[in-house]
Design a protein around this ligand. Structure first.
Ligand code: NAD
Length: 435
């Protein structure tokens, strides 16, 4: 068992730290956000992630999981230190490493003995070398340390399950001794471990996200063509997905990807390529297709309603995907801001993301308490997040509450024929009889 410090208690740091504690390690999580740490110390988890609250409380009660804002205590109590702070997009699309750099200073200034510094944040190729330099710059005495790259692949919404059952673990380190320690730490997870050099590890993370984003934009382009040639993208996705070389995941047409990772990581990889004079044309197209896809909702609304001015639009789902409250780069944000430009009136409802949404949506959006309140009097309902609660809406009953029975399904959740049979004017993405 190990003493582990995790720096940054966001979606990645908090989940990873808790899961390491659950595997029997002694874990301390550090954050600069005092309010967050105070809530965590009270057993109150500040983010929505299924199963996390119970896991945090269980491990705090067993004494294996603690939280602090005290960098000295956090750094000195462990032999392995994970960096899990944010790496948002800078203006040019590259990854902004200022939080990683600040953490390096905190680690260096408090380092009392040998440490293994593990980078879990998603960072450009070559960052492990930079982390080494940034720590050396601030070291007050000659303390040895290793830097290892160990990117994270969890998905928000199923972060606990993913962290307990990862598809693979990537460990990129120059010193075999440090790699051995991380191997041992990850042994209880029973997942294939890829041992590699830090640069390849850093690239694996970007290449994974870029590939997944490419699959989504690919199927969305197929869906756009399906609409024009009267083919059905759901059948096409099923037909190609059964080919094991392709696989069935990430082939759902709709309003496209969002979230805190795909948009920023695709842009960062384009920038990484640009820095070495490589024009990553394919990925640039993926990004462009994804932004255009969101606006297709507006076109579909116009087809059904004509002018959008003063029309009341009800948005079902705000989070970038189900089972999370994360609103970062959510398609809903773009769609709502666009609708405001057409002077539409917006009502919204999301089972968990309402508090997060209030921080990013225009001031005059009307927040509803549930599905019925949302649909009352709307000219159209637009589904943007495929929450389970939405899949069972009885449209036959609900359409009487609506001003017009128009439904735009941004996630292809409902059956076009059933919707039509219930008298709904239904539009979805790339499916026959549903444009
Ligand atoms: P987040 O924004 O949810 O959390 C980051 C946390 O770091 C915040 O709580 C912040 O207060 C804290 N922090 C910032 N500076 C700090 C400092 N100097 N000392 C201590 N704490 C500090 O971020 P996240 O979504 O958890 O992502 C973290 C990293 O993991 C990013 O690089 C991201 O790309 C990567 N990643 C994210 C996901 C995901 O699904 N969210 C998945 C895989 C990888």
């Amino acid at each position: 068992m190990f003493n582990v410090t995790v720096i940054g208690t966001g979606y990645v740091g908090l989940v990873s730290g808790t899961v390491f504690a659950d595997k029997g390690n002694s874990v301390i999580c550090l954050d600069i956000d005092e309010e967050k740490i105070n809530r965590l110390l009270r057993g109150d988890v500040p983010i929505y992630e299924p199963g996390l609250q119970e896991l945090v409380i269980r491990n705090m009660s067993s004494g294996r999981l603690d939280f602090t804002t005290d960098a000295k205590r956090a750094v000195q109590s462990s032999d392995i230190i994970f960096i899990a702070v944010g790496t948002p997009s800078a203006e040019d699309g590259s990854a902004d490493l200022r939080y990683v750099q600040a953490v390096c200073r905190d680690i260096a200034q408090n380092m009392d003995r040998h440490k293994i510094i593990v980078n879990k944040s998603t960072v450009p190729v070559g960052t492990a070398d930079k982390v080494k330099l940034w720590i050396e710059e601030h070291l007050e005495k000659d303390v040895p340390f290793d830097v290892v790259s160990c990117p994270e692949f969890l998905r928000e919404g199923s972060a606990v399950r993913d962290s307990l059952n990862p598809d693979r673990i990537v460990i990129g380190g120059a010193n075999p001794e440090a790699v051995k320690v991380l191997n041992k730490l990850h042994e209880p997870f029973d997942a294939p471990i890829i041992e590699t050099d830090p640069r390849s590890a850093e690239m694996i993370k970007y290449a994974s996200n870029a590939f997944l984003a490419t699959k989504i934009s690919f199927i969305n382009e197929i869906s756009n063509i399906c609409e024009k040639v009267d083919a059905d993208v759901t059948m096409v996705a099923q037909g190609i997905g059964l080919d094991k070389r392709i696989g069935s995941h990430f082939l759902k047409a709709g309003v496209g990807y969002g979230g805190s990772c795909f948009p920023k990581d695709t842009n960062a990889l384009i920038q990484i390529a640009e820095d070495v004079d490589h024009d990553f044309e394919l990925l640039k197209s993926v990004v462009k297709i994804n932004s255009q896809q969101r606006l297709k909702v507006i076109e579909k609304l116009q087809q059904q309603l004509g002018r959008l001015e003063d029309k009341v639009i009800g948005i079902l789902g705000l989070a970038f995907k189900p089972n999370t409250d994360d609103m970062r780069e959510a398609p809903s944000v773009d769609v709502i801001h666009n609708l405001k430009e057409y002077n539409s009136k917006i009502k919204v409802y999301d089972p968990v993301a309402m508090a997060m949404a209030r921080r990013v949506l225009p001031a005059d959006v009307v927040y509803c308490d549930g599905i019925e309140e949302l649909l009352q009097g709307v000219d159209a309902a637009v589904l943007l997040t495929e929450w389970e609660d939405f899949k069972t809406i009885n449209w036959g009953l609900m359409k009487d509450k609506m001003h017009r029975p128009v439904v735009i399904d941004g996630r292809n959740v409902f059956d076009p024929e059933e919707m039509r049979a219930m008298g709904i004017q239904y539009s979805s993405f790339g499916r026959q009889n549903s444009q």
